[in-house]
Design a protein around this ligand. Structure first.
Ligand code: SPV
Ligand code: MG
Length: 274
């Protein structure tokens, strides 16, 4: 297992997945809007409400002792909504929130087509409201800069990132959908470690944790790999059962029932209720 001072967070859409992430030795959980939407069979187009996302985050948190960073899309409205987001997520024991500078309803960053950015001052005001409304300064508020995703260039990304840290953000998630890490590396070079940086190496997935660490990245998020893994695993087992007309050969590629008993701490619960 690679040990790193760069925290490695992984997307988990439910408590059981979060438990698997913890078991594998990662550092934290990303409650991804993409994963939570997909779990409901919905596209990641800002359709989920704050209560739905908060409820999911609470359930995910019940499965793990790892810190949880909640993807709060654009903050579910304006500064006043952001104030409520922070109060509610903090009260629920979530470690922090991440909000992105797009307009509501946002579109997933990997979708083709236009991405509409929020006005930088309007978004900075939202960050200020978030900071003002936390009661614990360790509750983390990450501002996600989508300027590169929206094709607005590095100067705009830098301008926005500085504006958001001026507004009080604890860190910047700089998002890029290039297949190589060049944009993120250029951002880091110009940023000069002014505040912690979070990266999401989904498309530039050959960028290893050691490289990220050497360049001073504070956190990487493997945002959606567990969701995508489960889609293929489920499809494979279903087609195996369809093909054979029975489930015996599928057994080799699925978890034994006992493993699920163990993962859900069945013995511990029976003891509690004894
Ligand atoms: C998510 O996982 O919901 C994210 C990250 O926002 S991404 O889908 O990579 O934009
Ligand atoms: Mg998201």
């Amino acid at each position: 297992m690679t040990r790193s001072s760069t925290a490695r967070f992984v997307g988990a859409r439910d408590a059981l997945t979060a438990r698997l992430v913890e078991e594998a030795g990662f550092d934290g959980i990303w409650a991804s809007s993409f994963e939570l939407s997909a779990t409901r069979g919905l596209p990641d187009l800002g359709l989920l409400t704050m209560s739905e996302c908060l409820d999911a985050a609470i359930h995910i948190g019940e499965g793990t002792s790892l810190p949880l960073l909640a993807d709060c899309d654009t903050g579910f409205g304006g500064a006043i909504n952001m104030a409520r987001v922070v109060r509610q997520y903090e009260a629920a024991g979530v470690g922090g929130v991440c909000v992105e500078d797009k307009v509501l309803p946002k579109r997933n960053s990997y979708l083709d087509g236009d991405q509409e950015l929020e006005d930088a001052d309007v978004f900075a005001h939202r960050i200020e409201a978030a900071i003002r409304n936390r009661s614990d300064k360790d509750f983390c508020v990450i501002a996600r800069c989508e300027a590169l995703i929206a094709g607005r260039g590095m100067d705009e990304a830098m301008r926005r990132a500085h504006r958001y840290v001026d507004a009080g953000a604890d860190g910047i998630l700089i998002h890029s959908k290039r297949r190589d890490p060049s944009e993120v590396i250029e951002f880091l070079r110009r940023w000069r470690s002014r505040a912690p940086v979070v990266a999401v190496p989904t498309t530039y997935n050959r960028w290893g944790i050691t490289d990220a660490q050497e360049l001073g990245v504070s956190m990487v998020i493997y945002a959606n790999q567990t969701l995508r893994a489960s889609v293929h695993a489920i499809r494979n087992v279903l087609s195996e059962i369809q093909l054979r007309g029975e489930a015996s050969t599928a057994e080799d590629s699925i978890a034994p029932v006992k493993e699920i008993f163990d993962l859900t701490r069945t013995a511990e619960w029976e003891e509690r209720g004894a």
